[in-house]
Design a protein around this ligand. Structure first.
Ligand code: SF4
Ligand code: SF4
Length: 320
């Protein structure tokens, strides 16, 4: 079976007509955020591109039979963790998980994530960007190794690197059971919040789907506006829409670009301001870091928060 993608891919840099339009309106002709990258960050991006060359190799001639897809899923999840991922799951590959027009000859997608170090928020936007790219690079290495291991079992497998492959990250992660979609548009995992990066492998190796992991995120988002109050572009909407049966808030990219692309520093504020970095895992050191970060946001003049609207009962894990 092959899957033909239906989800529109967002191009980057000058290939993105919306970005070009915003630049014209602002009267700028360079993408400040890209221009300003340091050599260490550029080195990581080169490594990321090199790894993209090893996505596909020959499949071993002898195929290992898989009588139990559930057991195989467990084995693959354990392998992901052994290779350095922090969480992993699998789903049936569907057209909305693939970029428009791309044809993938596989039935399943394995999604995994690697947690980011939230402590880098102390060192500012350049450190946050470096951490993001380091984790992405690690994800590429894991995806390449995982795909190689599956091909070694005699099953076809292709590694996908987010931003360089053909997989739509959010729906693949959602159906692989890695978390719920927050108002800020990122996937929230119970242990790592939204501080993580993903990697993917598509394959025909028989696997069982994890399915959505629902733990109350969206109910909380309905009564929380921390990410939207802290977004310098006011790009995060209050109203949600439903696509493919899943509720989501769609970030207004046109409003986001002046901050995330057209100024010199990386913008990751919506993710870093989300309390899920400590809410579900109850990690006290992360909670202290979060409070410090939000204190800095307040000093910077943001209307930080009003955790919940006046009169709304405080969730028990926020009482302290
Ligand atoms: S900051 Fe609040 S509204 Fe935004 S994603 Fe996190 S929990 Fe949801
Ligand atoms: S990246 Fe920055 S500007 Fe864009 S939505 Fe997030 S906080 Fe807002």
């Amino acid at each position: 079976m092959s899957v033909v993608g239906t989800t529109k891919r967002r191009n980057h840099g000058f290939k993105d007509p919306l970005l070009v339009q915003v630049m014209e309106r602002m009267g700028v002709d360079t993408i400040a955020f890209y221009e300003n990258r340091g050599e260490e960050t550029r080195k990581l991006r080169r490594r990321w591109k090199e790894l993209a060359e090893c996505r596909e190799e020959p499949v071993a001639g002898r195929r290992r039979p898989v009588p139990d897809a559930q057991a195989m899923s467990k084995e693959i999840e354990a392998l992901c963790l052994e290779l350095g991922a922090d969480a992993a799951g699998a789903a049936g590959l569907r057209p909305f998980m693939v970029d428009e027009g791309v044809e993938l000859p596989h039935e399943y997608v394995i999604s995994f994530l690697v947690a980011e170090d939230y402590g880098v928020t102390r060192r500012g936007p350049y450190a946050i960007e470096y951490e993001a790219l380091s984790v992405y690079t690690r994800c590429c290495e894991i995806a390449d190794q995982l795909a190689r291991a599956i091909r070694g079992m005699g099953w076809p497998a292709l590694a996908h690197h987010n931003g360089g492959g053909e997989i739509q990250a959010i729906p693949a992660m959602y159906w692989s059971g890695l978390g719920e979609l927050g108002k800020h548009g990122s996937l929230i995992h119970p242990e790592f919040g939204a501080s993580h990066r993903p990697g993917f492998v598509t394959t025909d190796l028989p696997l069982a789907e994890n399915g959505p992991l629902i733990f109350g995120v969206q109910d909380r988002c309905l009564n929380c506006d921390i990410c939207s109050l802290n977004c310098p572009g006011e790009a995060i909407p209050d109203e949600a829409v439903v696509t493919e049966g899943v509720r989501r808030w769609i970030t207004d990219v046109e409003r986001c670009y002046p901050y995330s692309r057209l100024r010199t520093e990386y913008c990751h504020i919506c993710v870093d301001a989300c309390p899920y970095v400590h809410l579900e895992n109850r990690d006290s050191s992360l909670k202290a870091l979060y409070k410090e970060y939000m204190g800095n946001r307040k000093t910077a003049g943001y209307r930080t928060p009003a955790w919940f609207p006046d009169g709304a009962p405080l969730p028990p894990n926020l009482e302290d």
